[in-house]
Design a protein around this ligand. Structure first.
Ligand SMILES: *[C@@H]1O[C@H](CO)[C@@H](O)[C@H](O)[C@H]1NC(C)=O
Ligand SMILES: *[C@@H]1O[C@H](CO)[C@@H](O)[C@H](O)[C@H]1NC(C)=O
Ligand SMILES: *[C@@H]1O[C@H](CO)[C@@H](O)[C@H](O)[C@H]1NC(C)=O
Ligand SMILES: *[C@@H]1O[C@H](CO)[C@@H](O)[C@H](O)[C@H]1NC(C)=O
Length: 762
């Protein structure tokens, strides 16, 4: 009560804040409108508020910085809010006072490496709880433009770290867990999640091709098999509240104007209409679809692009500094009609209804506030997410974990070298907010009592002075080099041209490796070819940490010191540097042909490190398929779930029993990864496909743990040239781990069955 009085009085004098202001259903102009009746259906409520608006009011509210309708007590609303890995600094969010910090988790690329989807869900719960607390305090809004689920197709892409990685199935499962966490279980959403960028968006800038004019040429097979599944999960299976259409065109038509993508597939094929969910455009995507310089020039005017995007099913248009603000009035009624206008607004308001916008101060999630930010649970979860996502790529002679206890006090200490070593901000990556704690590796090591000899290092320079680093190494027991790239190098609107280690960093590592002390390299950021490091015998260990977030420094040091055992797995292939000259960036094809090497571990196996790779401080053995049948009849398998699943591809297949044995001396988590192999379905056959996985916590030394790897028939299916997902008869092998630790071969008998008939463009 006190706070609402304060807000009421201060509103006259305080500078306008960007955040949400809930409509007053108790006393405001809408109080007897159906929209305020919590017993009515969300659709009826949303329709009622739209019916109360006149056309000028409707037209004004089709953009991200919606002015609201003051006559109806609807305040301005900013649809552009970001929270990819924690509440971020951006237009819709204002920071200050008790809202000066929010939990900053690792970027998706690092959390994906955990292969722990319960953890991903808990992260979604924490992010959305903090986001909703910001909103309730009038410091942000109810919809957030997260997650980014585009598969990380090409290693040059500057935004790959925002995504869960290169595999369509991994991204799908990550999205499922994250959205469940973000939106919450009930009919009222904690916040509205937005899956982006729909679809086939994974290029910022390559020569004269930019994200604003790129026409992604994608076969039906690749579209259905690779680019679409994360969005199918979002829309059809997770019922995400909104989807963002992307800048690029798909097969000639800009995504936001592409009725095949937006309507035939998204709304019709995936039945994403049951809750009147809404689509937002990426910022200036509609502008660049029109006649703007540098864009697609798909329409002869901005107005025509606006009309075509609304007609295709884009309900809210974002603009940013690069373009000019869309003016829907200029396009109405010449470019779009009344029902399109009304539908777009009903969809937007239905989203807000589902977030409890009109439900009053007693409604679900309205109690969340400043005390729900940065809790101990949030802090521990951020640390765990980082620890679980760190991947051990090399550990010669078991150099890790280091016995850091001997290095404190008068002992020689550890040389910590490199620009990442004491840079807490770099741990966060792009789209970040302010974390509650600063945490870099040097500070974390000192907090452990380690004597640290720290020397900064180069980022991207072609040469560097290594003398200070070498002196530090000479007086230390161990050398830890923190390097790689950061998000000033791989970034939004700036892709890289190559993925070789920056020469300046490499020359410092080379000098350090000559000192004679064991060198540990902690690689940050995403793609870099580690081949030169593997050729240096004194580089004894390599860890990959990506962007480990607010507790990244502590997480890395906990792994290095052996306080936590590493068990993360690469969610990307580490490509050799030559790959970028073999695979043209703009080639969207997944399968190899001629000199084209193909993309991802499914088609390309010459990676320096492969998707799914990751070592431990112990050794594991597995036994697969004990007591599990080796022959299945397709028709019978599908009949068993008739009436139990809405979509055939979601039919469960009998779970595979696996026994995991910790053969070594240390307790460790273990990710049981199951890959499918086999010669069935359309050629060429993929090398392997991730089919199922489970992270096991704390397998003790000597322990044998039994698990059931659950999966659905989608994991056994393959996609034909039309894009149909088909379950084929044949000989299948489920292979556990990368590299392989065990397998089970089984057969599917009977006729092939189409699980999902892919709609064709007209
Ligand atoms: C999905 O929509 C199609 C028509 O577009 C319809 O035939 C089908 O029954 C719907 N499925 C579900 C589960 O709603
Ligand atoms: C309005 O436009 C949409 C999209 O182009 C179209 O499908 C619909 O038939 C039109 N409705 C009317 C009443 O003209
Ligand atoms: C360091 O020594 C302390 C006290 O003996 C012990 O609790 C801790 O686990 C040791 N840490 C490492 C990394 O060995
Ligand atoms: C399965 O394991 C057996 C026995 O180790 C091995 O010979 C075979 O090559 C494996 N099959 C596949 C497809 O990996």
């Amino acid at each position: 009560m006190i706070s609402s009085i304060l807000v009421g009085t201060l509103a006259l004098v305080a500078p306008a804040r960007a955040g949400v202001k809930y409509p007053d259903c108790a006393n405001g102009p809408l109080k007897s409108n159906v929209v305020c009746n919590t017993a009515a259906s969300p659709e009826a409520r949303a329709s009622a508020v739209v019916a109360a608006m006149n056309n000028n009011e409707k037209l004004a509210n089709l953009i991200n910085n919606a002015p609201g309708v003051s006559r109806l007590g609807l305040s301005a609303y900013q649809w552009w809010n970001e929270a990819l890995h924690g509440v971020a600094h951006n237009r819709g969010n204002t920071w200050g006072g008790q809202f000066s910090a929010a939990t900053q988790f690792p970027q998706a690329i690092t959390t994906s490496a955990t292969f722990n989807d319960d953890l991903i869900e808990r992260m979604g719960v924490i992010i959305s709880t903090e986001a909703r607390a910001f909103a309730n305090a009038g410091r942000s809004h109810l919809d957030f433009w997260t997650p980014n689920v585009n598969p990380f197709r090409d290693p040059r892409w500057g935004r790959g770290h925002e995504t869960p990685g290169e595999d369509a199935f991994r991204n799908k499962k990550w999205a499922e867990a994250f959205i469940r966490g973000m939106q919450g279980p009930g009919p009222t959403h904690r916040v509205l999640a937005t899956c982006k960028h729909y679809v086939a968006y994974d290029l910022e800038h390559s020569g004269s091709t930019t994200r604003f004019n790129f026409d992604a040429k994608v076969s039906m097979q690749d579209l259905s098999e690779y680019y679409m599944p994360p969005f199918q999960q979002c829309a059809r299976d997770s019922k995400v509240a909104s989807i963002m259409c992307s800048y690029n065109a798909v097969n000639g038509v800009p995504a936001c104007l592409n009725s095949y993508i937006m309507d035939t597939v998204l709304r019709k094929h995936w039945n994403w209409t049951d809750q009147n969910q809404f689509v937002v455009s990426d910022c200036d995507a509609v502008y660049y679809a029109g006649n703007a310089n540098g864009g697609h020039r798909y329409k002869s005017s901005y107005a025509a692009a606006i009309g075509a995007s609304l007609a295709a099913g884009c309900d809210n248009m974002c603009w940013a500094t690069g373009g000019t603000q869309p003016n829907p009035s200029s396009a109405f009624p010449s470019q779009f009609n009344q029902s399109t206008l009304d539908t777009a607004l009903v969809r937007q308001f239905q989203g807000l209804v589902r977030a409890g916008y009109f439900d009053g101060p007693q409604s679900a999630y309205r109690n969340l506030g400043a005390s729900d930010l940065n809790t101990n649970v949030a802090r521990e979860t951020a640390l765990r997410a980082a620890e679980e996502g760190i991947v051990l790529l090399k550990n010669d002679g078991g150099v890790l974990p280091l016995a850091l206890n001997g290095t404190g006090g008068t002992q020689p200490g550890v040389a910590m070298i490199g620009f990442w070593a004491n840079a807490a901000d770099k741990m966060l990556g792009g789209y970040s907010g302010t974390p509650p704690i600063k945490n870099d590796p040097v500070t974390a090591a000192r907090a452990m009592g380690v004597t640290v000899n720290y020397v900064n290092g180069p980022l991207a320079q072609s040469s560097a002075d290594a003398n200070a680093a070498v002196s530090a190494a000479q007086k230390s027991s161990y050398v830890i080099f923190f390097g790689g790239i950061d998000n000033t190098v791989e970034k939004e609107s700036g892709d890289r041209t190559g993925i070789a280690w920056p020469a300046g960093q490499l020359s410092v590592i080379q000098r350090l490796a000559q000192v004679g002390k064991p060198v540990i390299v902690v690689r940050m950021g995403t793609h870099l070819d580690d081949t030169p490091l593997l050729a240096m015998p004194n580089v004894k260990a390599i860890l990959w940490a990506g962007y480990p977030g607010q507790s990244g420094g502590e997480a890395v040091m906990n792994i290095i010191a052996g306080k936590t055992a590493p068990a993360g797995r690469l969610p990307i292939t580490v490509y050799p540097a030559a790959y970028t000259s073999q695979a043209p960036y703009t080639n969207m094809a997944l399968r190899p042909s001629g000199s084209y090497p193909g993309r991802t571990y499914r088609w390309y196996d010459k990676g320096v490190f492969q998707f799914g790779q990751g070592l431990h401080y112990t050794d594991f053995a597995v036994a697969v398929g004990k007591g599990w049948a080796r022959e299945y009849d397709i028709a019978e398998a599908l009949k068993a779930c008739q009436g139990k699943v809405t979509y055939l591809d979601q039919c469960p297949f009998p779970a595979v029993p696996v026994t995991v044995v910790n053969m070594g001396q240390r307790e460790s988590d273990y990710v049981a990864l199951g890959f499918l192999k086999g010669e069935f379905g359309p050629k060429p056959w993929p090398l392997r496909t991730l089919a199922t996985y489970k992270r096991l916590a704390g397998v003790k030394a000597g322990e044998a743990r039994n698990v059931e790897l659950e999966w659905k028939v989608e994991s056994l299916s393959r996609v034909n040239e039309r894009g149909d997902r088909v379950l084929y008869p044949g000989e299948y092998t489920l292979v556990i781990d990368q590299p392989e630790l065990g397998n089970v071969t089984f057969s599917l008998k009977g006729e092939e069955v189409v699980l999902d008939r892919w709609p064709q463009p007209s």
